[in-house]
Design a protein around this ligand. Structure first.
Ligand SMILES: [Fe+2]
Ligand SMILES: [Fe+2]
Length: 191
């Protein structure tokens, strides 16, 4: 079994730290498309780092950038909606039992589409204002806060099916995702 190392930096400019993680996501997505890779291990690593990364952004970065008027409340909320959509696609991927099935390939591509879209939009609408409208000191402080939160979640483990299900359920309750009945291609199965 391949072990995919997830780097755990503890400080730095928050923009650099987040962009570096986005590159890691892209590398792991490529592993998930590679039939010769250990796709179960790559899926587990990607799930853990995506959840830790996004939760840390929502707790430690978006609200602070909003408070400093670098981004609007709508931009922060839109980022959370995109996290919720990505997490929902991740949940479907985690629920795939085999990794050599069409179902797995489809789930990978649906997750990749949501994640890639979000990374592009986040870099353009949230990280650019952070680069231009807050000081280097603030970016360093946010870097420590974000990395600490992310690394704690990685340490604890944050992306089992049950944990991701709970995060998706919470997002639905908060109105970040449409309620169950309104989804068209809902997967009916329970575990
Ligand atoms: Fe991000
Ligand atoms: Fe994000």
């Amino acid at each position: 079994m391949t072990s995919y190392e997830i780097p755990r930096p503890t400080n730095g400019d928050v923009v650099d730290l987040i962009v570096t993680d986005h590159r890691l996501f892209e590398d792991l997505l490529r592993e998930l498309r590679d039939a010769t890779a250990d796709r179960a291990a790559a899926r587990a690593a990607l799930a853990e780092v995506v959840i830790a990364h996004g939760e840390a952004e929502e707790e430690q970065v978006y609200p602070q950038l909003h408070r400093k008027r670098a981004i609007t409340g709508e931009e922060a909320e839109h980022g959370e909606e995109e996290h919720a959509e990505g997490n929902e696609a991740l949940l479907a991927l985690l629920k795939c039992k085999g990794t050599d099935t069409d179902k797995f390939d489809t789930a990978v591509e649906e997750f990749a589409t949501a994640l890639t879209h979000h990374m592009g939009e986040e870099e353009q609408t949230i990280l650019n204002p952070a680069r231009q409208e807050v000081s280097e000191q603030v970016r360093q402080d946010l870097g420590v806060a974000w990395a600490t939160h992310r690394n704690r979640l990685l340490e604890e483990g944050c992306a089992s099916i049950e944990q991701v299900q709970a995060i998706v359920d919470r997002a639905t309750k908060e109105g970040l995702l449409p309620p169950e009945g309104e989804k068209e291609d809902e997967e009916k199965e329970k575990d």
